[in-house]
Design a binder for this molecule. Structure first.
Ligand SMILES: O=C(O)C(=O)C[C@@H](O)[C@H](O)[C@H](O)COP(=O)(O)O
Length: 363
């Protein structure tokens, strides 16, 4: 059983996010209908390759004569210029053609890197996503943000490049490590904060119970995909409301940057960032407080590295955020739960206080 959630980017550009279990035959059918070439490139996360690589290769070989597997080392440091360069070289040397598809199999890192390789080589080859982590399923595989990090900041090089299809096969969650569930949960908590606060209660039940892929998780994943698709369809290039998907990220990216990419996972950093952004919102008089996040703090604390404490440096790192306009940091805050807005931040003492408050919950 699978669902197809359509993403209509423009009148001419539309693709499906197929959510279900054991999607091999859907994938093969899609490729047979869509592609006439003999080859596919598969960029696959190192760990996912160990666990699922041979199955993925077998699945692809039902639709293509040649399947070339390109492994991506695990971790955020792979979102780098050198890793991008390596894969572009391989593809060009191998004789990639404009119609040759690239399938990205893995979490957010592989999806963002693979997406950017697909976007840039020959000015664009067809891209397919097969997310294997919770975070990639509910967030990074949808909406076309691709890219790599730069030493000055997170995701500073990249392109908006939509995939031809996303195959969200929740069977991959069977092998997802506990820490990755917690990491991915941060983006679902984000949807609870900016769109649908009932998700807070659903997640609390799931976390209290056990982190396994059962029907209830499927529902939360589907609801998350629905929220993301809804926002992306309205504003694919982030000219307006798509920026709401950055709730907690202006803080989170600064944490990732200062702690050295890979030390803190993206989701862990965003979780801390959402507490800071909620505190900031509350201080401006909005009826929100971070008690909604409280039931989840211990899960993050248990797995998180020590957070950087240099608030001045964190604030400086926030100035590299892509939302900065006229040198002003723009934060996503909450009018109330489910109602985000953009705030031009000029009150640095409140920004400092918000950092101190959020960090104090963890250190
Ligand atoms: O899709 C979006 O838009 C998002 O902002 C989703 C974020 O959760 C995601 O982490 C995204 O990659 C951040 O992008 P950035 O442009 O803020 O670096």
């Amino acid at each position: 059983m699978s669902d197809i959630i359509d993403v209509q980017i423009s009148q001419l550009q539309k693709y499906g996010v197929i959510v279900g279990e054991n999607l091999d035959s859907s994938f093969v059918r899609f490729c047979n209908n869509r592609f006439s070439g003999d080859r596919i490139y598969v960029m696959i996360d190192e760990k996912v390759n160990r666990l699922h690589g041979s199955n993925v290769e077998k699945m692809c070989s039902k639709a293509f004569e040649r399947v070339m597997m390109l492994e991506v080392p695990e971790g955020e440091t792979s979102k780098s210029m050198s890793e991008w360069n390596k894969h572009v070289n391989t593809l060009l040397e191998e004789g990639v053609e404009r119609s040759t598809p690239l399938l990205a199999v893995g979490g957010g890192v592989t999806g963002d890197l693979g997406g950017f390789v697909a976007a840039s080589v020959l000015r664009g080859i067809p891209l397919l996503h097969m997310p294997t982590s919770l975070l990639a399923m509910v967030d990074s595989s949808i909406g076309g943000k691709t890219g790599i990090n730069h030493e000055t900041g997170k995701n500073l090089i990249g392109a908006f490049y939509q995939p031809d299809a996303v195959f969200t096969d929740i069977s991959f969650l069977e092998t997802l490590e506990h820490a990755e569930w917690i990491t991915g949960m941060a983006e679902i908590l984000k949807y609870a904060a900016i769109d649908n606060p009932t998700i807070f209660d659903k997640l609390q039940t799931l976390v209290d119970d056990s982190l396994s892929p059962k029907d209830q998780w499927q529902n939360v994943i589907r609801e998350s995909v629905r929220i993301k698709v809804d926002i992306v369809q309205q504003d694919a290039l982030e000219a307006g409301k798509r920026a709401y998907l950055n709730f907690g990220h202006t803080f989170g990216h600064a944490l990732e940057n200062l702690s050295g990419y890979g030390e803190l996972s993206h989701g862990e950093a965003v979780f801390v960032g959402m507490i800071a952004a909620t505190y900031f919102s509350a201080q401006l008089g909005h009826p929100v407080d971070d008690t909604r996040f409280a039931p989840f703090i211990s899960s993050y604390k248990q797995q998180m590295a020590t957070l950087p404490e240099e608030v001045d440096q964190l604030i400086n790192a926030m100035k590299l955020d892509k939302k900065v306009k006229n040198n002003t940091i723009r934060l996503v805050l909450l009018n109330e739960w489910g109602s985000p807005y953009i705030h031009e931040c000029t009150d640095y003492s409140l920004l400092q206080e918000s950092w101190e408050y959020a960090l104090s919950q963890f250190n």
